[in-house]
Design a protein around this ligand. Structure first.
Ligand code: SF4
Ligand code: SF4
Length: 232
């Protein structure tokens, strides 16, 4: 079946402003949006730029906005999309070219929450063990592939570019609720301010956008409770 793709195009080195270009693409059953972009790039217009890598929803490279929703192009089945298929870059991320955005501000926010173990006690010759219950607390946080779909769909991030955003906050949850980590106090100081946890208004856009089915809103709620319990 031939489908129409309307794709965002912008080359800051040549264009005054962005535009949209249409392509007709033959999409056999089972085609993904990434398959269609490859078809365009390889057979119709080699100037189209986008990121891709694993093709299996693991690397997070092909995150973009498809018919208004953030998703991975490799996980978006063409046959589930109605009408003309609009393909645009992630919202609120600086555009490098066409569908390629600058992920650096996103990674800066991630770095800000100290996304690594902080161990006050020196290592011994034994592993740092957890009970099954302690380990279970981390389910739904370590699976994040850092695609950026959640942060790009977050209205609070659109309004406040200093907001840490749902992906960084989910990463903070992953360490704050890890029984082996000893950096909770220094992380909570980073999270407990107007550009941190409290900027989240519990709208759930991030949970809806996450291609891995994760729920940053829930994790942010748990972190808010933690801050309140520690303070009062
Ligand atoms: S729930 Fe919070 S973090 Fe998620 S999209 Fe809404 S404001 Fe952003
Ligand atoms: S929480 Fe989900 S949407 Fe957000 S960066 Fe991780 S995998 Fe992507």
């Amino acid at each position: 079946m031939i489908r129409t793709f309307r794709i965002f195009r912008f080359d800051p080195e040549k264009d005054q402003e962005p535009s949209y270009r249409e392509y007709q693409v033959e999409c056999p059953k089972g085609s993904t949006v990434l398959d269609a972009l490859n078809e365009i790039k390889w057979r119709q217009d080699g100037t189209l730029s986008y990121r891709r890598s694993c093709r299996h929803g693991i690397c997070g490279s092909c995150a973009m906005t498809i018919n208004g929703k953030n998703n991975l192009a490799c996980e978006s089945q063409v046959e589930t999309l109605k009408g003309v298929i609009w393909v645009e870059p992630l919202r609120s991320f600086p555009i490098i070219k066409d569908l390629i955005v600058d992920m650096e501000p996103f990674y800066e926010r991630l770095k800000a929450v100290k996304p690594y173990f902080i161990a006050g006690t020196p290592p011994t010759d034994k592993e740092r063990l957890q009970s099954p219950e302690q380990r279970k607390l981390l389910d739904g946080s370590y699976e994040c592939i850092l695609c950026g779909c959640c942060t790009s769909s977050c209205p609070s991030y659109w309004a406040d570019k200093d907001f840490l955003g749902p992906a960084a906050l989910l990463k903070a949850y992953r360490f704050v609720f890890d029984s082996r980590d000893e950096g909770t106090q220094e992380r909570l100081v980073i999270l407990d301010n107007k550009h941190g946890l409290w900027r989240c208004h519990t709208i759930f856009n991030c949970a809806e956008a996450c291609p891995k089915g994760l729920n940053p809103t829930w994790a942010i709620g748990k972190l808010k409770q933690k801050v309140i319990r520690e303070k009062f």
